[in-house]
Design a protein around this ligand. Structure first.
Ligand code: FAD
Ligand code: SF4
Length: 372
């Protein structure tokens, strides 16, 4: 049976801002930790949680985990297309043997999973133990470019091959779009670290520019209010404007609860583990356009993407990362970097409070713009 997108969609029943109360776990999550808040009760009751992990060398794949310790592997965003391999099959087998499952991924992956399970003829009882959560999604870049980037970074930094570990959402300086990577130096044998803003890193900046996604991402059927999953997770960008009292320095998630089953699960098993602020779809989507429409790409950017693809196929990594994708230092970009570095000397909470105060003094009743 071929499923139509509309057959599996739900409008959100509740939209909230959320922050995990477990601060050690929150530090590992990209946003406010909505994912571990949903995942912990599943593993605690002997269930399986599926999500994306990054392997040494930069490969990203879906995997199922069964313990609290293993959840860490799935935390943090990997801005690369994840290979879901055999996890649909593993998910079906787990449900058939009475296990509870949480499967997390992009909207298209959740739709494909649910279509697969329907085709496998799983019973209503089996399906009632499945929970799904999709991430709000800009789009994904195929794996080969990122793997080439990791191996290029290792050579550039004279790192022991296979030792470089890259994170897209480091919170070393608070919540934002910051990368961090560590590697073992061949020369000294010591571990080294690099950290910076996403738009200062060639691969990350290319991801954020939205020029290199798979072509299906530019006409994504899942970038809309109605979703195919029980939950939708993302960054609550703009929370300082929409809910100024919410302390977001360590991260804030937007969580859309889309189904009655998801609502019951969240309210009985997850809600007490996090700080919650009621919100609305309108507020959350004002700062997060991928909740409403897919990323757009013009002709010039499509031609640029073709050049990148050709260079990648030729394996011309220096041309890719020192040439085509090199980060240009315009005066505006330089100024932004200086501003950021100055900002890093102060704690994020102090900056947010100072900005709020300043705005209120300048324009009573107004609130400051978001950091993103
Ligand atoms: C490719 C991509 C694009 C995104 N675009 C946006 C956006 O435009 N706006 C926005 O608000 N949020 C976006 N997000 C979501 C955001 O970056 C966080 O992943 C999300 O808020 C979950 O954070 P958390 O703190 O709840 O979970 P964390 O504890 O950080 O857990 C991460 C979760 O994301 C999943 N995940 C990570 N990487 C991938 C991947 N490559 N493929 C599938 N699933 C993955 C994991 O399985 C896990 O469920 C995007 C995420 C990805 C992966
Ligand atoms: S943008 Fe849409 S099609 Fe592309 S990965 Fe995300 S959900 Fe899938």
């Amino acid at each position: 049976m071929v499923m139509k997108t509309e057959d599996l969609l739900h409008s959100p029943l509740r939209v909230i801002a959320l922050q995990d109360k477990d601060l050690a776990s929150l530090a590992l999550s990209a946003s406010g930790g909505a994912f571990p808040v949903l995942a912990r009760p599943i593993v605690q009751c002997g269930g399986i949680v599926f999500g994306a992990e990054m392997l040494p060398g930069g490969a990203v794949r879906h995997v199922g985990v069964r313990s609290m310790d293993e959840l860490e592997r799935l935390q943090g965003s990997k801005y690369v297309q994840s290979d879901y391999g055999k996890t649909f099959f593993e998910c079906a087998e787990a449900l058939k043997t009475g296990k509870t499952v949480l499967w997390t991924g992009t909207g298209c992956q959740i739709f494909a999973l649910r279509s697969y399970l329907i085709r496998q003829g799983l019973s209503e009882g089996d399906m009632s133990r499945l929970y799904t959560a999709d991430v709000i999604c800009h789009g994904v870049i195929g794996q080969s470019l990122f793997r080439q980037y990791i191996s290029w970074l290792e050579k550039k930094n004279n790192a022991v091959p296979g030792s470089l570990h890259y994170e897209f959402r480091s919170k070393r300086r608070g919540w934002g779009l910051y990368y961090r990577y560590t590697y073992k130096s061949i020369r000294s044998g010591r571990m080294k670290e690099k950290f910076g803003a996403g738009d200062e890193d060639p691969y990350y900046a290319a991801f954020l520019s939205g020029k290199l996604y798979r072509s299906s991402c530019y006409k994504c059927r899942f970038a809309r209010r109605e979703r195919a999953s029980d939950f939708t997770l993302g960054d609550y960008w703009g929370i300082q404007e929409e809910h100024p009292g919410f302390d977001c320095a360590a991260g804030a998630s937007v969580l859309m609860i889309n189904t009655p089953k998801g609502k019951t699960y969240f309210e009985t098993s997850c809600e007490s583990a996090c700080k919650v602020q009621e919100s609305t779809f309108e507020k959350a989507s004002r700062h997060n356009f991928n909740l409403i429409r897919s990323t757009q790409r013009n002709e010039a950017n499509a031609e640029f993407a073709k050049k990148v693809e050709d260079a990648s196929k030729r394996g011309d990594v220096d041309f890719l990362f020192r040439g085509l994708l090199a980060v240009r230092s315009t005066p505006g970009a330089l100024l932004l970097r200086v501003k950021r570095r100055a900002g890093w000397l102060l704690p994020m909470r102090a900056i947010s409070r100072a900005r709020l105060l300043l705005r209120r003094l300048l324009r009573p009743g107004q609130i400051p713009p978001s950091r993103s």
